[in-house]
Design a protein around this ligand. Structure first.
Ligand SMILES: Cc1cc2nc3c(=O)[nH]c(=O)nc-3n(C[C@H](O)[C@H](O)[C@H](O)COP(=O)(O)OP(=O)(O)OC[C@H]3O[C@@H](n4cnc5c(N)ncnc54)[C@H](O)[C@@H]3O)c2cc1C
Length: 476
């Protein structure tokens, strides 16, 4: 990659004025750190922004939003840079990089935490677990809590404490016109509704406040690995168990290829493998009995389930999900997994294009399903399973075909549910995909909210809710 060309979209003098107005660095093509600064987690998105503003605080965010708007440039907002669809970068536009804004402050007495918009789950868990507190966080700790929370957020505490956005109690948001507002049940409650599931459509969350829950610091969790040949038995028995699992237990089936890791025998490396990932957050004394059936779904190859610090559980999968590969995720909410769906899952998995490609079946329900649909903008809450189909490769040249495998697999499996998607697991932009993520009443409300808060669609690099056009607004 060469970085010698100066951008043509913004003049020197204008960049100089911007740099004088913000405290964080303004990074441009040709700067030593440009390539490092423009890289995002998903190597499928190799974009060349005109400017990257590494914001030092809310004032820089305000300046950055105003700058992009006044220059008519595309604006990408970046928290943890884990967007599968590549929304946190762009060609020839402005990236508002929040990665230097990651402070987390905890009030243990009130059980509240406030995180800056660029914090990751590793940052958040570190601070909150000092007091034995947590909210539902990501399965991989390098993920940013900004994009994650605004899209919903599923993790090991999902069934006990709901989606991450269900624990959000307020946010400071820089709007498209540069104003900073607070959103909560009491203030700008319409915006607060939209922030809980509507993604980054309404502004930049510079601070997010969460209600915390007592968790750990030791939980019972980990992974149990079974041979690929046992996939059908594992899926069917797990499906039966999910009908009576307590909320304290959240689990997922992972259809994968055995990685070359020391805890798996060399003889299975590179062969199909089924893993159960699970975490029980209730009393440890009762946990052994609760998780035991998961450990005996078939003859295990390796059983790594046991008492573990919550923070370690949150980082358990990090080594397997490092940046640098090409990734495409797609999802479906699933109501039932009858035997023919099990067969279809296994057939699709067997046809995976690369060893790194996987299918995950998450057990949802519990607290997530008990929040009334209309309370937040999150789409489909009641399906008991969430399917995540992941095409992953280190070979960019053939990646288009790999992604097609994931899309086709989704098309054949979505009929076992309401054909709904989860915005955070959607690997590309597309109106059809956004519409498939929300019930029609929720979508209509999101459009009205977008029209109110961002009528010219400044925040459009996301699973975009387009505002209604001026003409259609005049007609209303
Ligand atoms: C390895 C990996 C593991 C994952 N695991 C899970 C999981 O366990 N559960 C789950 O639910 N999802 C998971 N996801 C999906 C994840 O929720 C989304 O990719 C999410 O967008 C990541 O947030 P981010 O801040 O890192 O993303 P970024 O790429 O930084 O941002 C993505 C988009 O979010 C918006 N955004 C980010 N920060 C802000 C902010 N502060 N204010 C306003 N808008 C903002 C912007 O629109 C931005 O374009 C995972 C993704 C990856 C790559």
């Amino acid at each position: 990659m060469t970085t010698t060309e100066a951008p043509s979209v913004v003049g020197e003098a204008t960049v100089g004025e911007l740099q004088a107005a913000v405290r964080g660095p303004v990074i441009r093509p040709g700067d030593d750190i440009y390539d490092e600064a423009r890289a995002v987690w998903n190597a499928a998105h190799d974009k060349r922004p005109a400017l990257i503003i590494r914001c030092s605080g809310t004032a820089d965010v305000i300046k950055g939003v105003e700058f992009a708007r006044s220059q008519g440039l595309p604006l990408a907002v970046r928290g943890g840079a884990h967007s599968i669809a590549g929304f946190s970068t762009c060609d020839d536009g402005v990236v508002l990089d929040l990665s230097a804004m990651r402070a987390v402050t905890v009030d243990p007495d009130r059980r509240r935490a406030v995180a800056q918009g660029g914090a990751t789950w590793a940052d958040f868990d570190h601070e909150t677990q000092a007091f034995g507190l947590a909210v539902t966080g990501g399965l991989v700790s390098t993920t940013g809590l900004g994009g994650f929370t605004l899209g919903g957020g599923i993790g090991w505490l999902l069934r006990r404490h709901g989606l991450t956005c269900d624990s959000l109690v307020g946010a400071d948001v820089v709007l498209a016109d540069g104003r900073l507002v607070h959103a909560s049940e009491e203030e700008n409650s319409d915006l607060f509704w939209g922030l809980r599931g509507g993604g980054g459509n309404f502004g930049v969350a510079t601070a997010l406040e969460y209600a915390l829950h007592p968790v750990g610091p030791t939980v019972l969790g980990g992974l149990v690995f079974f041979p690929g040949a046992a996939a059908k038995d594992v899926l069917i028995r797990w499906r039966e168990l999910t009908t009576s699992m307590p909320d304290e237990l959240t689990s997922a089936v992972v259809l994968a290829t055995a990685p070359p890791v020391p805890f798996l025998p060399e003889s299975v490396h590179g062969t199909p493998i089924v893993a159960i990932g699970a975490m029980y957050c209730g009393p440890l004394s009762s946990g052994e009995d609760v998780v035991r059936p998961l450990r005996t779904l078939a003859d295990p190859i390796a059983d790594l389930m046991g008492p573990v610090p919550y923070v370690a559980m949150q980082q358990m999968l990090d080594p397997l999900w490092q940046a640098g590969a090409h990734n495409y995720f797609t999802s479906a909410m699933v109501d039932t997994i009858p035997d023919d769906a099990v067969d279809e899952l296994i057939a699709r998995w067997s046809a995976k294009p690369t060893p790194q490609s996987e299918i995950h079946v998450h057990h949802a329900g519990g607290a997530m399903a008990r929040v009334p649909q209309e309370k937040t903008a999150f789409g489909e809450r009641t399906s008991p399973y969430i399917l995540n189909i992941i095409a992953r490769s280190y070979d960019g040249a053939s990646f288009g075909g790999d992604a097609a495998w994931a899309r086709d697999a989704r098309a054949s499996l979505a009929s076992y549910g309401p054909d709904a998607m989860y915005v955070n697991f959607t690997g590309e932009a597309g109106e059809d995909k956004v519409r498939a993520s929300y019930p029609s009443a929720t979508y209509a409300k999101l459009v009205a909210l977008k029209t109110r808060y961002d009528p010219t669609n400044v925040f459009r690099l996301n699973q975009n809710i387009p505002p209604s056009s001026p003409t259609s607004r005049e007609g209303n």
